[in-house]
Design a protein around this ligand. Sequence first.
Ligand code: NAG
Ligand code: ZN
Length: 245
Amino acid sequence: MKARWRNSLGALLAVVALGVTVLVAVLLIRTYTLAEFKRVRLGKGAPAAELSQGEREQLIEALKGAIRIPTVSFSETEQNTTALAEFGQYIRKVFPLVFSSSLIQHEVVGGYSHLFTVRGSDSNLQPYMLLAHFDVVPATPEGWEVPPFSGEELNGYIYGRGTIDDKNCVIGILQALEFLLKRGYKPRRSFYIGFGHDEEISGSYGAMKIVETLQSRGIKLLFLVDEGLAVLDGVIQGTRRPIAL
Ligand SMILES: *[C@@H]1O[C@H](CO)[C@@H](O)[C@H](O)[C@H]1NC(C)=O
Ligand SMILES: [Zn+2]
């Protein structure tokens, strides 16, 4: 009796676990295949309010320009290396303070990836790290309201491959740093920024080389923040409010 009860409880748990797994998978697949992943809403939130109108326009243009560089990872062995190199030139041009600040050391790692070391004033504090990637999966024009690498704005949205996976994070991090440097920002805690060029095809030459570089220097991180997607509204089934992933 007891054993049978335990068996049926086990079976029930297995069914529940399977159900949860399927639900999560469905949500993920749904999330990753939906059209909402083609555009990003232009925010009117609090942080933007601290920017001047000129800075706000600068931020929007920075993202649009990044979308226009087709940094596509076609397959495990094929990437648009011209675009990957161009992206490196692009960020140097758009974020001059980041690249000229005496607090920041910039290195190209693994051919096209970027590693920034931002030196804080208190070397006793353990550093953290921010990550993002700038390669994108392929996109053909079919099914797009505007061409996927045009970075066009339509009805208050910027459209394009990479707008929310993951050039938004790359540009967001660099733009934040650029604006902070402009305001005389000097961090107490050191931090690293890593931008991978082959995340969509496993990161063997980007993230892995960045890890090797940091390990060879004996660096231990306090924490690390990676791509977390956008604030999604109505994309994940069963949710009634915007969800920050
Ligand atoms: C690769 O990127 C360059 C821009 O950097 C672009 O001109 C070219 O059309 C792209 N090639 C392919 C096959 O997408
Ligand atoms: Zn991504």
